[in-house]
Write a protein that binds this ligand. Structure first.
Ligand code: HEM
Length: 441
């Protein structure tokens, strides 16, 4: 679907209209209009889609709620992660490799429940099909997921939590809510959402990064060089390099470029974002009039991959990020006629909504927004960036990867690529990992 949106953008241009049942969407992949919508306080999440996910995430939460008081309270909470509890993920994984079933551990339940939620967004009546084993398994899985989050909340209530941790913030935000069960009811969906929003997005982004690197040995060699310079790479002379430290992350600019380029080619939320202008009519860039209540579909794969936004959009080129300002739109490439962009700054502040603001960068339009933008951007983006850098640096310093034959080469990968909530693959990505010490020896 995300690729189809990009093809339509190439064919019909950066603005087109799509009708899905009774709903009309204005689909946008023009950077100027994207930036405008993302930063506008006159638009909000399109609730029609979000409401459907709420029961699976244990209730109203920061991801699905409109930009109201509830959302603002949760926004204050999420930012620092850590329940200060060892989930035992690796222990369980090792046990699973022996005798224990993978389904028995918490990590598998958390992962599988994000998949179950994803499946339900594809098959809207899935949970009504009781005669199907898959439905009954899915219901049991979501109940186990809820149980894990419940037990996490009990755990943080009983233990001394680390100052500034997610648990600490969560407890202090809801400490005035009584009785305790009422507060737990409010905390439950926030904790559940954190796992849901953070796991598949980051996991798939790391997978796509490894896939792109194994396809481009020259890029992987440059990453290895960067790791070697920091004495983090396994070599014949250095079979056991020092462990990665937090301070190393700022010294991996080329690997950062690889991550940015991965999120350009495979934006985690590839299909894009659904917004609605709930307050009043909206005029984008002084030209595109969207009546109040109009649905806007910001096509992120198209924004990141359309030829009218990028040179060589299909090429994996981390070097493009070495150029400062790569995330900003190139005025000479913009597809709409000039008058759309004239007086852009004026339009950003007088687009029918007094409190629209040009935002950071003085309203300079962006062609790259993997974590969205504006008041509803990704709350976990710093964590995600840190996770991706640390995980990839650790893996690549010790291992080299090749694509499993089962994938059927790049064509097979492309064919099994799928978008549900996150850009992923039908049956996962099979790769072979080889120790660098074996390769060196
Ligand atoms: C590579 C990893 C990630 C990517 C690409 C990503 C991307 C996004 C995007 C595009 C949105 C906006 C969705 C929309 O407009 O509907 C979003 C929202 C959100 N993300 Fe992430 N995300 C990532 C990782 C994480 C992590 C690790 C967490 C937390 C642990 C997280 C928590 C959230 C939350 C809570 C929201 C909802 C914010 C709101 O609606 O106000 N994300 N993310």
């Amino acid at each position: 679907m995300h690729r189809c949106m990009t093809e339509w953008a190439e064919e019909y241009g950066p603005i087109y209209h799509v009708r899905f049942l009774m709903i009309h969407y204005i689909v946008i992949s023009d950077p100027v209009l994207w930036t405008h919508v993302m930063r506008s306080k006159a638009v909000d999440k399109y609730r029609f889609i979000q409401v459907y996910m709420e029961p699976m995430l244990c209730g109203k939460n920061v991801l699905t709620s409109p930009t109201d008081a509830h959302w603002r309270m949760a926004m204050d909470v999420i930012g620092l992660v850590g329940f200060n509890k060892d989930m035992g993920a690796l222990d369980h994984h090792c046990a699973a490799a022996g005798s224990k079933r993978v389904e028995d551990d918490h990590t598998a339940t958390l992962l599988n429940s994000t998949h179950e939620i994803t499946e339900r967004t594809k098959e809207l009546l899935r949970d009504l099909k009781f005669w199907k084993q898959g439905t009954r398994d899915g219901i049991a899985l979501l109940a186990r997921f809820r149980g894990i989050i419940d037990s996490l909340l009990r755990h943080i209530r009983q233990k001394e939590v680390a100052k500034g941790s997610f648990a600490d913030l969560l407890l202090s935000t809801f400490k005035h809510v009584t009785p305790e069960q009422q507060a737990d009811k409010l905390m439950l969906p926030e904790a559940a959402t954190l796992f849901f929003a953070g796991v598949d997005t980051s996991g798939h982004a790391a997978t796509w990064a490894l896939y792109l690197l194994l396809q481009h040995p020259e890029v992987e060699a440059k990453v290895a060089q960067e790791l070697d310079a920091l004495e983090l790479l396994v070599t014949t002379e250095r079979p056991t390099p020092r462990p990665l430290q937090a301070a190393d992350l700022a010294k991996l600019p080329y690997l950062s470029c690889c991550i940015k380029e991965t999120l350009r080619l495979y934006p985690a939320v590839g299909i894009g974002h659904f917004r609605v202008n709930f307050l009043q009519d909206l005029t984008l860039a002084g030209q595109l009039h969207i009546p109040k209540g109009g649905a806007i579909w910001l096509a992120s794969h198209a924004l990141h991959n359309a030829s009218f936004n990028w040179d060589d959009p299909d090429t994996f080129l981390p070097e493009r990020w070495e150029q400062p300002g790569t995330e900003f739109a190139l005025p000479e490439k913009l597809k709409l006629s000039k008058e759309w962009y004239e007086g852009l700054h004026a339009n950003l502040s007088t687009s029918g909504q007094a409190d629209d603001s040009p935002g950071q960068d003085g309203g300079r339009p962006k062609r790259y927004m993997p974590f969205a933008e504006g008041q509803r951007d990704c709350l976990g983006q710093n964590l995600a960036r840190t996770f991706l850098l640390a995980t990839l640096a650790t893996l690549l310093s010790r291992l080299t990867f090749s694509l499993g034959a089962k994938m059927g080469g790049p064509e097979g990968v492309r064919a099994s690529e799928q978008y549900t909530i996150v850009t992923g693959l039908k049956d996962g990505m099979f790769m072979h990992a080889k120790s660098r010490s074996t390769a060196a020896g």
